[in-house]
Design a protein around this ligand. Structure first.
Ligand code: N01
Length: 544
């Protein structure tokens, strides 16, 4: 009772804003639009100098969608769908950044966004029933609600090689790429890392660099993107199908246009199987990964079939058999990590200016003032590109000092792995809503973003209608949800493999052990759960 009495004392007038949103990427932008519609005075803080989040920071050469452009853009605004034309099936980063700036213009979003404003801390203030947010410049700002729109893959990580500061050439992380163009012509370039970012940057840099040396620790299974331009006529045709496109994304397993084939791998004859895999390999986008036989990621023998098929493709495409074998993953099956989509990635290694170094066989010992020293060679470089990924899912939260009820730190609460209710709320952290928090359905991310923003908006609307100013997940509801999250991951081959999807990042302390780091059920199952929380009048939350 004393708690109830205490929390009821806060009044909105004590607070600077109704809501603070951290981040002006795709989720923060859309949330701002919806909060304005609720009549909420909102302040967005953004660390960058422009909108776009992922599409603002990741401006490395070759950065582009792996989801079909027209399945990726916002769907909530029919006029925007009419206005905007995508020029490629998988749009490059500059086009997407332009698109998001158009949205910011159209809705006049920038007047509520403070740029170059990195949030360092956020603390629950029981007495005022709100949040106090601290920026890097030391200024403090308060609000009733706090919405984190900080991304799932937004905290870049660097390796810990000795000598990294001593390198006299240029070095870049793919996710912190400068706005000014980087010249590769005539240069000796190193790329460390062969995930989705590495694969994209390697393809592009190999076109102009005098020499490109790729330092690979774990090869990934890659598959052809089959990108193509979209003509104005084709765009008109796509536009006429938008309702159908977004309806489909609402029904598929991970919100892509592709979804698992209802057949199992061994339901068909070997000839039919080969023909189906050939078809998927020759088709645009993620079909080969998320549109494959439905047991491909759970049945070991089925997974070996598809792995064998793709290994043979790599052998056909790479001329030097030794290099081909280096590029074929031996310690995990196809699709058990995120499949990078590529355009002539394997063919790069047939070029005389491209060399592949296996750092498991010959580890990097240090970065020298002039390049990289491995256990068996000394390389000279003008440019080193770190395509070394992110402290995924958790990293963006850990960079901010979140303090909840009674001084509890989010970092401590999540010491053994994040917990949440539907990925959007955490008990002990009232009035804080996470867009793209841990355990939200990811997949084709903007589809998940739109769903989560609408869910949070509906909750806020419900609270307004009922005169409530306090929302907190009930611990027993968190427990039920987490049991479901754990159950979804049982039997997945991906759970046997180190990757950001299983919470492993060897460059970050405390991320060495595999965990159920994300929601692995289907997006429709996720949404059904969230819808039910709402339909039952938010009984899984304490509202006051
Ligand atoms: O990061 P990653 P990413 N020494 O973690 C290597 C999304 N995305 O930025 O595998 C040597 O996948 C590391 O090696 P290993 C997408 O969801 C989307 O590429 O740990 N190597 C690995 O090869 C993706 O999955 C798009 O052995 C080191 C690489 O660095 C996610 O973002 C485009 C090392 C990191 O790969 C992350 O992708 C790009 C070390 N010390 C990204 N440390 C599109 O949709 C790390 N590595 C278009």
């Amino acid at each position: 009772a004393s708690h109830e009495a205490q929390v009821l004392t806060g009044t909105a007038s004590d607070l600077d804003h109704d809501a603070i949103v951290i981040g002006a990427g795709m989720s923060g932008m859309f949330q701002l639009i919806r909060l304005r519609e609720l009549g909420m005075k909102t302040q967005v803080f953004e660390a960058g100098t422009g909108v776009g989040g992922t599409w603002y920071w990741n401006r490395y050469p070759g950065a582009r969608f792996d989801s079909e452009s027209y399945s990726y853009g916002y769907s909530f605004d029919k006029d925007l769908l009419k206005e905007w034309s995508w020029t490629e099936h998988f749009a490059p980063q500059p086009e997407t950044e332009r698109y998001l700036n158009l949205v910011a213009d159209k809705y006049d979003l920038r007047r509520d966004i403070r740029f170059s404003a990195r949030v360092t801390a956020a603390a629950w203030d029981e007495a005022r029933r709100g949040w106090t947010v601290t920026l890097e410049d030391g200024s403090r700002h308060s609000s009733r609600f706090l919405i984190t729109a900080i991304g799932a893959l937004s905290a870049p990580t660097m390796p810990n090689f000795p000598g990294m500061d001593e390198f006299r050439g240029e070095s870049y992380h793919t996710a912190l790429w400068p706005k000014t163009p980087v010249e590769f012509a005539g240069k000796r370039v190193a790329v460390i890392g062969t995930g989705a970012s590495g694969v994209q940057v390697i393809q592009e840099v190999s076109k102009t660099a005098a020499q490109l040396t790729v330092f690979q620790r774990t090869p990934n299974w890659c598959a052809p993107l089959h990108n193509a331009k979209i003509s104005p006529e084709e765009m008109e045709e796509i536009r006429s199908r938008y309702d159908e496109i977004f309806k489909r994304c609402g029904e598929t397993f991970s919100c892509f246009l592709h979804t698992p084939d209802p057949r199992n791998t061994f339901d068909v004859t070997p000839e039919e199987r080969e023909a189906f895999l050939e078809k998927l390999y020759s088709e645009r986008g993620f079909g080969i990964w998320v549109g494959n036989f439905k047991d491909m990621l759970t049945n070991r023998a089925a997974n070996e079939e598809i792995s064998r098929f793709v290994a043979n493709k790599i052998r056909q495409r790479v001329k030097d058999p030794k290099v081909a074998e280096m590029l074929i993953p031996k310690d995990h099956g196809f699709g058990t990590r995120r499949v990078p989509l590529e355009t002539n990635y394997y063919e790069c290694y047939n070029q005389p200016n491209v060399k592949l170094v296996d750092v498991r066989a010959t580890p990097i010992e240090r970065i020298t003032p002039t390049g990289i020293r491995t256990s068996d060679a000394e390389y000279e470089f003008d440019i080193i590109i770190y395509a070394t990924g992110f402290d995924a899912l958790r990293g963006a939260f850990d960079r901010i000092d979140f303090t909840g009820k009674g001084g509890i730190k989010l970092k401590d609460k999540w010491a053994d792995g994040a917990t949440s209710l539907v990925g959007m709320l955490v008990d002990d952290f009232p009035n804080m809503f996470m867009l793209l928090g841990p355990h939200t359905a990811l997949g084709n991310i903007p589809r998940s973003i739109e769903y989560n923003v609408e869910w949070v908006t509906a909750l806020l609307r419900h609270m307004q209608a009922h005169g409530k100013t306090y929302a907190e997940a009930r611990p027993e509801a968190v427990e039920r949800w987490m049991a479901h999250v754990m159950e979804c991951a049982v039997g997945l081959l991906s759970m046997e493999v180190d990757s950001w999807m299983t919470g492993v990042n060897r460059n970050v302390e405390g991320r060495q052990k595999r965990i159920v780091a994300r929601y692995t059920g289907s997006a429709p199952t996720y949404r059904a759960w969230c819808d039910e929380v709402a339909a039952k009048g938010y009984r899984d939350l304490t509202l006051a």
